[in-house]
Design a protein around this ligand. Structure first.
Ligand code: NAD
Length: 516
């Protein structure tokens, strides 16, 4: 099937990326003699620039700079003053929203409104963190001893190592960094090796914010590169917290390495998110909510909808209406810079291979592809991977459905009783995001109760993707258990001290113990 849009050429995209980088203040690509790297775009599948990636030595130097900035200045800077740095960062992000969004589209292939939405999320989390800088509350508890005060105080950890995935190249960095900085930590960031340019732009904006507010220059460092560079960061004992976002496989490698040195880890890993559709559901909401959650971002969100568990009474109608909506999407696949486009490219040939593999397995396990799944536009860009989102009817939750395939595949299954729906829903190893569409209040309450969804994010009458920053974000089981962003997630970036202060003159022992 041909594209309805024309793809931009790679030279034009490289020029646009250069302009955005320069506007953010990251005029020069690093050339410090590191390992050879490159920036590419999934829009054409071609290389944009060559640039230097980090090495063991540059990572070590970055941690040294961040550690010194922490010890010399940042940990003793009052939290509301630290907040001023993040407020300035938020201002710069507002000013450069379009530049960053352009880079997100160029490197991650997100359509314009989703790329702008990702930058908006950065601005929102900065606002949140500025408020938080005056609310890092500890408790005071009544002491059992006369003349004593018992209280908790919260202190920064030190250097936070942030490792991020390709699909939220800037938002996840900001969730971690804005909160870590107001908590008094410094940050070394290893972005995905597929999105180095967005990282350079963010780093440049934060350096500008630091210069404008008198914060130490070393408090943030970026180290570009792949897995090896991440491993150097993970193994460095000066990195007090490793906050790593990515696949379950990455978490399985990183978690034990950090634990082996008794460091702290915050893991945000893969999801395999489902929505349950009850017979009472408003099917207009179901269709709109499911299509965005399953096909938006070309199915490349950790919260993407991958499983639809539909009551058998409405399964035919839901599948038909979804198939109709999916057919309309076919006309809207292509250049993510085109305002008419809804589905941009997959990140890589590997992503496409994983999708085709999963579809083959689904067929072998008894599934039927209702619509989609094919590659489009290969004549326009042989190195790029655009696909029609796939809708697949499955006979049940077969092995392929239990895995996360990072591509736009929506598996549809049926259920009879609500208990069966919840069992299917929870019957996968991952536990990130979940949804129930219903008009039955009792069902809604059961779904959000302890006996309902076992995920970290549990929604009613909205899809699985598109979380707000005000809540804590993260998932259970193989998703890793970490929480980032809003609510009291800041506690993961601090250490708690319990203080007992004796102002009474005597020395009464706790629990009434007598000694000497
Ligand atoms: P990935 O696991 O391939 O890579 C993620 C990051 O980890 C990259 O920066 C990579 O270089 C680094 N890395 C990989 N192995 C490492 C190791 N052994 N040591 C140190 N660093 C290592 O993931 P991806 O393909 O970039 O992103 C897609 C995956 O991320 C999906 O599984 C998606 O669900 C998940 N994700 C989860 C969340 C969340 O908040 N739960 C958010 C976004 C993406």
């Amino acid at each position: 099937m041909p594209f309805t849009t024309t793809l931009p050429d790679t030279a034009g995209l490289a020029e646009r990326a250069t302009a955005a980088l320069e506007a953010c203040g990251a005029a020069r690509l690093p050339d410090d003699g590191g390992a050879p790297g490159r920036a590419r775009t999934p829009i054409t599948g071609e290389e944009l620039f060559r640039l230097d990636f980090g090495t063991a030595k540059t990572t070590e130097q970055a941690v040294t700079a961040a550690d010194e900035a922490f010890r010399r200045v940042w940990r003793d800077t009052p939290a509301p003053v630290r907040g001023q740095l993040v407020r300035r960062l938020g201002e710069l992000l507002r000013e450069h929203k379009q530049d960053l969004a352009d880079l997100v589209t160029i490197e991650a292939g997100k359509i314009r409104s989703e790329a702008a939405g990702e930058v908006q999320e950065m601005i929102d989390v900065c606002d949140f963190a500025v408020g938080l800088s005056r609310q890092l509350y500890g408790r005071t508890m009544p002491s059992e001893r006369p003349g004593h005060r018992l209280m908790e105080t919260w202190h920064p950890l030190g250097v936070v190592g942030v490792i991020t995935a390709f699909n939220f190249p800037v938002a996840v960095w900001s969730w971690n960094t804005a909160i870590a900085l107001v908590c008094g930590n410094t940050v070394v960031w290893k972005p995905s090796d597929t999105t180095p340019l967005t990282a350079l732009a963010c780093d440049a904006l934060l350096r500008r914010a630091a210069a404008d507010t008198g914060a130490p220059e070393g408090l943030h460092r970026v180290v570009l590169g792949g897995r090896e560079v991440g491993e150097h960061l993970v193994d460095d004992p000066r990195v007090a917290l490793v906050s790593a976002t990515g696949s379950v496989a990455m978490g399985r490698a990183v978690g034990p390495r950090v634990s082996a040195r008794l460091g702290r880890c915050l893991l945000e890993l893969g999801g395999n998110n489902a929505a349950v559709v009850a017979p009472s559901a408003d099917l207009d909401l179901v269709v709109r909510g499911s299509v965005f959650a399953a096909a938006g971002t070309a199915g490349q969100r950790c919260t993407s909808l991958r499983r639809l568990i539909v009551h058998e009474d409405v399964a035919e109608e839901v599948t038909e209406r979804l198939a109709g909506a999916y057919r309309q999407l076919r006309e809207r696949i292509g250049d993510p810079f085109d305002d008419g486009t809804l589905v941009g490219p997959l990140i890589s040939e590997r992503g496409h291979g994983a999708m085709q593999d999963a579809l083959d397995r689904a067929r072998a396990e008894g599934g039927t592809v209702v619509t989609g799944g094919g590659r489009v536009g290969e004549d326009a860009a042989p190195g790029a991977y655009y696909v029609e989102p796939a809708l697949v009817r499955m006979p049940g939750q077969t092995p392929v459905v239990e895995e996360e395939t990072f591509a736009p595949i929506l598996y549809v299954m049926t259920y009879r009783t609500f208990e069966e729906a919840v069992e299917l829903h929870n019957g996968v190893p991952q536990g990130l995001s979940s949804a129930l569409f219903t008009r039955d209040q009792a069902e809604a309450e059961r779904f959000v109760s302890a006996a309902g969804s076992d995920c970290g994010i549990v929604n009613v009458n909205i899809g699985t993707s598109g979380a707000e920053i005000g809540g804590a974000f993260g998932g259970e089981k193989e998703t890793g258990g970490g929480r980032e962003s809003g609510s009291d997630s800041w506690k993961a970036y601090m250490r708690r001290a319990t203080n007992t202060v004796n102002y009474g003159g005597g020395l009464p022992l706790a629990q009434g113990v007598e000694f000497l």
